[in-house]
Write a protein that binds this ligand. Structure first.
Ligand SMILES: [Zn+2]
Length: 357
């Protein structure tokens, strides 16, 4: 487990170690820590290991929201009301799912009083809602404290919670010499705001354009896998300083489409070498991405769509589409072909030639 930093003697205050020994999990016997005689560093390190294990570092399933809570309270550097914290988490979740859940805003504080995302953390332990609460899991380890659990009540990180945030967001961050694969393994699953912070140390090992080059090169080799999306997301987080890296990729066919997309969004002009034909292929490529996610979400729908094509244009119609898609070099096309052959909607060699022989 990558709790990277070893504490040197004297680095950890005894008060912190005492707080760890007095956290609810330690007091209830659910967590065994070394005694104080072994030194405050030993105690805190053991406590951190236990928290990491409980949060399932580095996958965090199902504790992503706990990471959000830790990050947001850490950034706030002061107490937050529970309504504010819930609003932050809901808007983060809305960004991911694309679904917003509005609700009625309170006249006193302007927030929506829907605290369901942080769960019922004051219920007794063993209560299902308590045991799945992202605030509750942090409370078990003595990382958060609160005054009044109502919507206007305040929640903050304890000194122990702060040392957890520092350990997680800085010490456990990828090292500058880590490979992109390592970076994605460690920070791929955390929420985007935490990724932004956790990738900074890695970025110190390369220039911003090189970081973009490295991430996109990795992404290209993982086209069709989750790692690809993660690498591209991290490349986008490098920010405007990465421009030269994006420009290099924008000149490449195929996967360079995402760099061209980035350049357009950033209102940067494309390299002169990008032809009109390439722009047409890019449109096809992005269309294939959509069909691809359709095929992943519901293969039935995907096959239904092709069945309609076949009913209308026969084998030649199916062939024409696959032939055009093949020209993009998009790696999903081969998978489409095998899906269609399996379903009896196309035969071997479909899409290899402009016209069916
Ligand atoms: Zn209110």
């Amino acid at each position: 487990m990558a709790v990277n930093r070893e504490y040197k003697p004297g680095q950890v205050s005894p008060a912190l170690a005492e707080a760890a020994l007095a956290c609810p999990d330690a007091l209830s016997g659910a967590l065994t820590l070394p005694p104080m005689e072994q030194g405050a560093e030993e105690v805190l390190t053991a406590w951190l290991h236990a928290v990491y294990a409980r949060l399932r570092f580095p996958s965090y399933e199902p504790w992503n929201t706990a990471i959000c809570v830790l990050l947001q309270l850490g950034i706030a550097s002061d107490a937050m009301t529970l309504a504010e914290l819930s609003d932050f988490i809901r808007s983060y979740a809305a960004k991911i799912s694309g679904k917003d859940s509005p609700g009625v805003k309170c006249l006193d504080c302007g927030q929506v009083h829907d605290l369901s995302v942080i769960g019922n953390f004051t219920a007794p332990r063993g209560h299902p809602e308590r045991d799945t609460s992202p605030v509750g899991v942090l409370a078990d380890f003595g990382a958060v404290a609160w005054a009044d659990a109502g919507p206007h009540g305040l929640l903050w990180l304890t000194p122990l919670g702060r040392s957890l945030a520092i350990s997680l967001f800085f010490n456990a961050s990828p090292h500058p010499t880590d490979s992109v694969a390592d970076v994605i393994e460690v920070i791929g699953p955390v929420p985007a705001p935490a990724q932004r912070i956790m990738m900074q140390y890695w970025l110190t090992g390369r220039s911003a354009p090189d970081a973009v080059r490295e991430l996109l090169a990795y992404g290209e080799t993982f086209m069709g896998f989750a790692e690809e999306g993660a690498a591209r997301l991290l490349a986008a987080m490098v920010g405007p300083d990465g421009l030269d890296g994006w420009r290099d990729w924008a000149a490449k066919p195929g996967y360079g489409v995402y760099a061209r997309q980035w350049m357009e969004a950033a209102e940067e002009s494309l390299p002169d070498s990008v032809t009109e034909d390439q722009k047409q292929l890019d449109k096809l490529w992005l269309g294939i991405d959509e069909v691809n996610s359709l095929a992943e979400r519901g293969p039935g729908q995907f096959l239904g769509w092709f069945k309609a094509v076949k009913d209308k244009g026969g084998d030649a119609g199916v062939n024409a589409i696959l032939f055009a898609w093949r020209l993009t070099g998009h790696p999903a096309v081969d998978r489409f072909v095998s899906l269609l052959i399996k379903a009896g909607l196309a035969s071997e060699g479909v899409g290899d030639h402009p016209a069916l022989g």
